[in-house]
Design a binder for this molecule. Structure first.
Ligand SMILES: Nc1ncnc2c1ncn2[C@@H]1O[C@H](COP(=O)(O)OP(=O)(O)OP(=O)(O)O)[C@@H](O)[C@H]1O
Ligand SMILES: [Mg+2]
Length: 224
């Protein structure tokens, strides 16, 4: 099975207010189609790690590979391109543009990537909305849909450029158990049927137990 994401000896320090070794020799791989969760106590470094994996934070030691390509050391502009093309994000808070329609929100990352025409992007966006059973919401303003629906819009948006991996930082943290299970089922289906890889930080043990693998973090290290 091919490797989608790999870290080699990642270390990170925060220098203010005092020198703090936040990530300690982090090594792991995520394979194609793998659905992994990251668990660990508050403050152990999960979000810090995800920020590096998502290519947003470049201030670390070690190496990061995406689809076997070395990401570490690439310039900002190329990182922004790689991130947009290969990585989808789903956060605890959806960060949808409330004044824009559901459809426009989903189309946005594809417009930014600039590889398809408006018509193609619109068609792709509608396909993603159909997949998530929210096609009927396409023309609604993002501020006018429910919390669970907003998170499905955020997933559709994360999928628009057909990424290799979806990363989530507590994507179900703000949802009730019904909607959390719904999001889990969508992720599961994407990994099983589309070979999408998923890496999801969660505090929800029930959610984590259902994933293919739990990566347990403690004090900046991967324990298992
Ligand atoms: N910009 C920063 N400067 C200094 N220290 C920071 C900074 N950001 C985070 N930290 C510290 O780094 C540690 C890891 O933070 P991080 O946000 O990665 O934790 P987390 O595992 O995501 O926690 P949670 O489960 O609460 O979201 C914490 O001790 C935090 O206080
Ligand atoms: Mg966090």
């Amino acid at each position: 099975m091919s490797v989608v994401l790999e870290t080699k000896h990642i270390n990170k320090y925060f220098r203010k207010p005092v020198l703090f070794h936040v990530l300690k020799d982090v090594n792991f791989q995520i394979k194609k189609g793998e659905f992994a969760s990251i668990m660990g106590k508050s403050g152990c470094g999960k979000s810090t790690l995800l920020y590096i994996l998502s290519t947003m934070d470049t201030d670390y030691e070690g190496e990061l590979f995406l689809n076997n390509q070395l990401i570490t050391g690439q310039d900002r502009k190329h990182l922004s391109y790689l991130r947009n093309k290969h990585i989808g994000f789903v956060f605890q808070f959806h960060y949808l543009l409330s004044e824009f329609s559901v459809l426009e929100n989903v189309m946005l990352p594809a417009k930014k990537l600039g590889e398809k025409s408006f018509q193609e992007i619109e068609h792709d966006a509608i396909e993603k909305l159909k997949m998530l059973n929210i096609e009927h919401l396409a023309k609604k303003r993002a501020s006018r849909v429910s919390g669970g629906e907003k998170q499905r819009v955020a997933i559709a948006r994360a999928l628009i450029n057909n990424p290799s991996i979806i990363m989530g930082d507590e994507p179900t943290g703000n949802l009730d158990s019904y909607n959390a299970e719904n999001v889990f089922n969508i992720f599961k289906q994407l990994s099983e049927e589309k070979g999408l890889s998923l890496l999801v930080v969660t505090h929800d043990k029930d959610f984590a137990n259902k994933t293919d693998r739990i990566i347990e973090m403690g004090d900046g290290r991967i324990i298992v």
